[in-house]
Write a protein that binds this ligand. Sequence first.
Ligand code: NDP
Length: 306
Amino acid sequence: MKILLLGRNGQVGWELQRALVPLGSVTALARDDRDGLCADLGQPDRLAATVRHVAPDVIVNAAAYTAVDQAEEEQEEAHAINATAPSVLAAEARALGALLVHYSTDYVFNGSGERPWNEGDKTAPLNVYGCSKREGERAVQESGCRHLIFRTSWVYAARGRNFIRTMLHLAAERDTLKVIGDQYGAPTGAELIADVTAQVLARLAAKPENGGLYHLAAAGETTWHEYARFVIARACDDNWPVKVQEEAIEKVSTGFLPVKAARPLNSRLDCTQVKETFGIVLPDWRSGVLRALQEILACEGKEAIS
Ligand code: NDP
């Protein structure tokens, strides 16, 4: 299997470089030119030329515009990377007969209610980022190319910018922290997303009719506040030099901390379809967070989060 991976330096892209290797030959590209190949999603013509040159069996698009608040002011750029580029990739995939793997987000939903969202639920994004990601999904779905789209939530990894690293950084500097306690979801490791992607790709070879859109998140649910307490408590257990104690992490409501982009209160994703269709087991969110924490705390050292 010949695989073209885009966005190799992102949280998910980095893990995909590892997870996809057993499936075949992987050409992993970042935004910058490498060996004359352009993988900048903001340059549609050159991106299309790269796909044609590599002529892969599978395109895995882990690149995205992910700055949720910044997107409110950079609507065009968010749209170009999250909607136009996937439509270009989908057209190229269709022409080649290749499979396109793409990632999307819980932010396509408006966060109403408490029931976990399933794949058939109506989308109604609350912010520019969510709209751009929904348009990207649609472009892929309507292109007629073979595809897999995984909607995931609250992504973290031992590297990259994410909630765990932000909390460790803040906890080392402050005596108290205020964290949102009324948004619900499941922190999902880039490692898990990459491993499931590889498993699904392997299983799809035998049953190509199982392509389509799937929700993919770790099991269980939490709030950002409980998640922060979990991270800081484990960091303390590990003798990490944190100033703030678990009990000094204050729960606040959405709206208390002003941000540019509105966020959904209910980001729970129902992952029954991916589990049943592909025989996938999704672990509780805590297990992956613990692993990432151990990696950050033990391997990278304090400099890594400062
Ligand atoms: P990251 O922000 O960690 O990585 C995104 C990658 O995209 C970066 O490597 C970035 O490169 C690259 N990129 C951005 N713009 C371009 C461009 N113009 N051309 C080429 N590459 C570009 O994202 P994640 O790994 O966390 O996200 C993976 C997927 O999961 C995305 O589709 C995202 O929307 C989705 N998702 C993410 C969530 C999260 O909490 N992070 C939650 C739900 C879904 P560079 O380093 O050069 O900027």
